[in-house]
Design a protein around this ligand. Sequence first.
Ligand code: ADP
Ligand code: MG
Length: 270
Amino acid sequence: MEKYSLLKVIGEGSFGRAVLVRCKSSQEQYVVKEIQLPKNQSKLENSRREAILLSRMKHAHIVAFREAFEADDLLCIVMEYCSGGDLLQRIRQQKTTQFGVDNFFFSQILKWFAQMCAGAKHIHDKRVLHRDLKSKNIFLTDNGTIKLGDFGSACILNSSKAYAHTYVGTPYYVAPEIWDNKPYNNKSDVWALGCVLYELCTLRHPFQASSWKSLILKVCRGAYPPLPNHLPYELQYLVKQMFKTNPKDRPSLHTILTSHRVSRLLRTHL
Ligand code: ADP
Ligand code: MG
């Protein structure tokens, strides 16, 4: 860590903490995610996986990896700093304005959505699953560009067994097949992005309930409150496809990004 001087702590979680630093030689700012390394050998591999998988990504809409090193019992992942906060903060902020989801915000949503899909497609093209896509893990740069972050749950495609047992986070984004104890797959990431798209368009979660049990029921039925009528038909259709309960019926990111309906949506609203 001698290369960097600590500026402030920006996030704290079960893993350890995320700190903003400045590189002493270049003066550039970075984020260092410090992860407490476990003593247990197999858990150790899990912790290292985050750094390895992030280091394999290189895309305009994924947080850029700089380096990783181990110091004592800490794994430090040095990455690009996204100073614009995350999408959850943006959604909360939009809720407090008088405008809600107006035309201006709507065209912003579509831009963000296209960027998220491009980033997530890159992850899938590298045969990796993110497994924790949610508004809190989607960061923004100072100029409002999307960067997918937090590879702490990511895994290599086909290496994943049933996932529900190990799931610890907020359950709002978890796809029906996971509750059904099927393996996590690329379409489960698509479901999660559908949740983020819906959340941006309504400033609410699509699947919400007062108990886990009724939440899971709603998710498994694919039952969500309809989007406001004034939103374009192409968007209603897209959300419906992304929330197909059978993952096979859900479009891949490639399909979404090349679909005529989605391009028409972007063309007419950007
Ligand atoms: P976890 O969710 O597992 O605790 P994250 O990787 O999401 O770990 O990091 C925790 C928090 O630290 C994030 O929610 C975010 O506020 C902040 N953070 C992490 N990485 C960055 C980054 N590259 N740029 C800006 N903030 C970041
Ligand atoms: Mg996170």
